[in-house]
Design a protein around this ligand. Structure first.
Ligand SMILES: [Zn+2]
Length: 193
């Protein structure tokens, strides 16, 4: 790369000295200069195109807090702008899965704040449901609020480490609901609705 760079530099110098030593009428000199300048700009363009051989990549986040380069696999402890091994520009962001992002939110903002936000999001959904009873359903808004609540519920489950318990309770509760529906005649009634 470096040798090639120097070769092109000397090529440009040669064209310039040829320009200086060209003899002819002023029109001929002008024409010659134009051609030489065009040749130089072509060489310069080619130079700038591959003197900076930019690679692009993204950091892949791992659970142990290590980031690895998507281009060369180099592991680093922080998400710097460039990979120190292959030089890739890390403008692709950080690849994290949803669980990692939510976990990072809890550790970065703190569990207290995330619980406050959970309470806020729950009341946002409450408000949206109340509005839908009063003035009709605003589906996009309700969907957005449900997503917010789900994200916060996921974080709450992570905080209390209770995914398994929640799943067990959920199963029990749905089963109980089915029993109640059968008891109340809500199942097997072909005339419902
Ligand atoms: Zn790299």
């Amino acid at each position: 790369m470096m040798a090639e760079y120097i070769e092109r530099e000397s090529l440009i110098r040669e064209i310039i000295s040829n320009m200086a030593s060209f003899i002819g009428t002023s029109d001929e000199v002008q024409k010659h200069d134009e051609q030489c300048n065009y040749a130089i700009s072509c060489i310069e363009d080619a130079l700038s195109a591959d003197v900076v051989p930019m690679r692009y990549g993204q950091w892949i986040y791992h659970d142990d807090g290590v980031f690895t380069c998507s281009e060369c696999g180099n592991a680093e402890s922080s998400d710097s702008c460039y990979c120190s091994y292959c030089g890739a520009k890390m403008d692709g962001g950080i690849a994290m899965n949803e669980r990692q992002i939510l976990g990072r939110a809890i550790s970065f903002y703190g569990s207290e704040i995330q619980r406050v936000i959970a309470i806020e999001e729950l009341s946002e959904l409450q408000k949206e449901l109340c509005k839908s009873l009063r003035s009709g359903a605003d589906r996009p808004h309700i969907a957005e609020e449900i997503a917010d609540v789900q994200i916060m519920l996921e974080q709450i489950m992570m905080l209390y480490e209770c995914h398994e318990d929640v799943a067990i309770w959920r199963h029990k509760k749905v089963k109980r609901l089915l029993e109640r529906l059968i008891h109340d005649g809500g199942i097997g009634n072909i005339n419902d609705g």
